[in-house]
Ligand binder design. Sequence first.
Ligand SMILES: *Cc1c(COP(=O)(O)O)cnc(C)c1O
Length: 378
Amino acid sequence: MHVGPVTIEDEVLLAGVRNNVGFSSPEFVEAMGKMLRGLRKVFGVDDSYQTFAIVGGGTSAMESVVSLLRKGEKVLVVSNGVFGDRWEPLLKRYPLQVNVLRADPGDYVPPEAVEDEVSKGGYTAVTMTHVETSTGVRHPVEETVKRIRDRVDLIVVDGVSAAGAETVKAKDWGVDVYLTASQKALGAPPGLGLLALSERALERLKGESVSGYLLDLRNWLPVMRNFEEGKLGYFSTLPVHTVLMLAKSLELIEKEGLENRIARHEKVARAIRAGVEGMGLKIVARRPEAYSNTVTGVIVNGVDPAKVLSAVINEGIELAPGVHPKLQGRYFRIGHMGWVTPNDAIATIAVLERVLKSLGEDVRVGEGVKAAQLALYS
Ligand SMILES: *Cc1c(COP(=O)(O)O)cnc(C)c1O
């Protein structure tokens, strides 16, 4: 029950139990094509978008966005927490102008505030984080984008903790760059940064940019196009086992049905939240409409969250620490993404009740499990 890297399904794991494969092997070429096409579905885009798989992970996908930006251009960062904040130092490594709008911990920047700032003019791009993994807050992406799409050239959405578990309609919403990584809600091992670029984003690749070499999407574009045409492509070696496993993961997502998968995440998340509140604790995300399907932050009152994490591990459940600097030492996170089931939710709540009680936290043992059961049942 970590926020990533997440536990991997056996079938996905087994797809990687083999020797190295070269880029020219038909098996690898097929897996790349399958993966790039599968990502379009998860991101909610059609063939007018180009999908990419590049070396690294979520952060390399984020940094590759600078290959769409030119010297001196101004970017608005909409930040709801630690991962939103990451855009600021990242973009400031380049000759760009950066301005940040920050939400209070547990909240999101209201779409009207983003619109007000953008309407002052001068912005080329706006970044936002679909699910802020540090707090479990889901940003109202659709509404925000609707208000600003026509006034900027690029809308960039970090969907690392969302794609594969939340509804994503990047094309209908008007998102130009939607990005994720292989090891979170897509349920594969780490190693790949994944993106989809709209036509207007692809158009920007034609001009100059402030990008360095490795993450310049100009270098990766022909590679992706080749693989989709069933031909080999090479720029820098991709983690071949992760590619094979992610292709399998996307195949399983298709088999489960994306809608069913999102509904499963919604249900497990609902049970987790009911369980947390049922035992008498509070959730970090402040507004119910911003509760995510993938991460729940849990506020504790007396006990040290680090002690909770080490105690639950002994009971077979791995949780994640709280990382928001303004809430340091006051919460921990439950990840519920990838291949999670309702039984995982019940086990997690049951273990938490026992552990918290024995550490001296004031919880109602049995009430969390009961509430989680009722949430799953109704
Ligand atoms: C994990 C995460 C990242 C960073 O991904 P890495 O693969 O660790 O580089 C970026 N954004 C969000 C929202 C994340 O959850």
